[in-house]
Design a protein around this ligand. Sequence first.
Ligand code: ARG
Length: 277
Amino acid sequence: MNSKLTRPTILMCPPDYYGIEYEINPWMSRSRQSDPEQSREQWHALHSRLQTLDVDIRQLTPVQGLPDLVFTANAGFVFQNTVFLSRFRHEARQGETPVDAEWFSQAGFQTVEVPPDWSFEGAGDALFCGDTLFAGYLIRSDAGAMQWLAERIGCRVIPLQLVDDYYYHLDTCFCPVTPTTAIVYSPAFDVYARKALGEHIPNLIEVETEEARRFACNAVVVGRDVVLNDGCPQLERDLNSHGFRTHATPLGEFIKAGGSAKCLTLRLDGEDAAVWP
Ligand code: ARG
């Protein structure tokens, strides 16, 4: 846990300039625009829901021309008082990094850049489950960046190759909920990754295809509460039977950009499923 933060603390960015302005994943189509008013409503509903769970929400000021800045999960990877800033694969998002860097320095975090030869998309692709870093690579982040990150932190890393362009970030197909439990959509991983997940995580909650497409895996975990997109009743039932309360909230406007609840948040004090070395 980040020593200065005493409550679950999450970074969000209001969707003032959110829209589908380019196409960098198969969900995005400029001909299928998001509705500004609905986006605002959905974002505020997520924000309020997290507040009712006693989350301290910090806000990043939106910037015109950076429509995906709302997806704060990609600002970087937070470890204790350090943020490893993203180095985006696509030029369209590279303008976000100086904005994120500025916010983190102002907030008192040490900011670290990943070496320039690699792409790295922060908590979108790097997630702790227990004391192990699970790292999605190939589509957006490079495996080298993940190895480098794990060495800097001093933890074990399990690289997971992502094979389906619809599940281009690890957080679209994998979600740790406790140090020994994770939600997973296996078809998004190559055969070695599936095996590694099975070997390292005792309880895997498998999501069905239809719900994976509703971004079931892109859930926000706060203690025993899980906030996720609506339209995922099977996963809700599975989580309930594991002792979690679930809170479905519609985020369809953000799915148009390839994101949902988790992508719209960045936990600053350490995820509940993480046991930091
Ligand atoms: N349009 C954004 C992109 O393609 C969506 C990012 C969603 N973020 C996430 N952590 N999965 O980069």
